[in-house]
Ligand binder design. Sequence first.
Ligand SMILES: O=C(O)CCC(=O)C(=O)O
Length: 345
Amino acid sequence: MAADLDLGPGLDLGPGLDLGAIREAYERDGYVIVDGVIAPQDLGRLRAAADSVTRLTRAGHWPHRRIVGKQFPPFDTAASADSWGVQHLLHPDLAHHADFVAFYASSPLVDVCAALLGVDEARMQLELFNLLIEPAAHAFALGWHRDDIRADVPADEEQQRLAAPLYGVQWNAALWDDDCLFIVPGTHRRLRTEEEKRANERKPPDAVPVDTAAPPSEERGPIDGAWDVDPPSTKRVYLKAGQTAFYSQRILHRASYVASKKRATLHGCYGGIPEPTPTASDAEQEAQQTAVSERARMVLQHGVEWMRQAQFGHDLPDRLQPMWRNLLEMDKAHSTKELGYSLDG
Ligand SMILES: O=C(O)CCC(=O)C(=O)O
């Protein structure tokens, strides 16, 4: 448990950050909302950086984006000019990347994630860092999904996958109030009910173009509110600006985005490298290797080849260097494998 973790000497996580309680809630519910991860004095700078990269992306000056009409990678197969995300905030070619790097390397973000992963910082892995934004001229939604388990798995395989470690933690850090994410608490660690399976298998509504010149209408229905397939214990996640939701990528979740509601939410993840287990049986070692490869697919499917550049690693702050080397090792270990994509759609 978090209480047993060695968090290093003199670490001050600030008022109200009880890592034990945060980890307990995360493990029980599959998500936890934490205040104070974005320092109040950093909010203005991060907002300005986010607005700037959003403008660049919408103007076609940043090619790495999440494209309306496509829920999951690869995003470059979608045709729309509209975007719901700016990819690769750590990329050295992106304006303001230094602000984003500084946040990705900051406390208490890294400390909370180390505690949720249950690893020392030296065993964390640098992964993805993106910005989620409202589409400029569409209402768009992601259907119910788990990031690493497909909707059509039979129950025995679902059970097997749930028993395997995830080796990662994801977070949404809201720069403005954000109510785009919906979750079903607890589904990160149990089989789905029939209702949840139906929701998971339902195709999301198509993107709807909106007339941005018209006054915003009450956009309700599947793209901004209740959807007829929502399981009974669906919870909409309300983040106030400055709050961060840490959540398991295995929790059943969906999201909806409307053009009339500003969104600028930092969306990132880190991995955790498992400790070597020399006394584990062959079957246990194989299960661990499978889980490591699942993690590799979730990260590498986003196209992070640019992170292999020595200069990229060299320019990272000291704190991120071991994490970057861990990423490179994982990348190398999978270089001859065709990992494909975690989800379709
Ligand atoms: O928009 C969000 O908050 C969730 C995004 C998401 O579910 C995903 O990237 O798989």
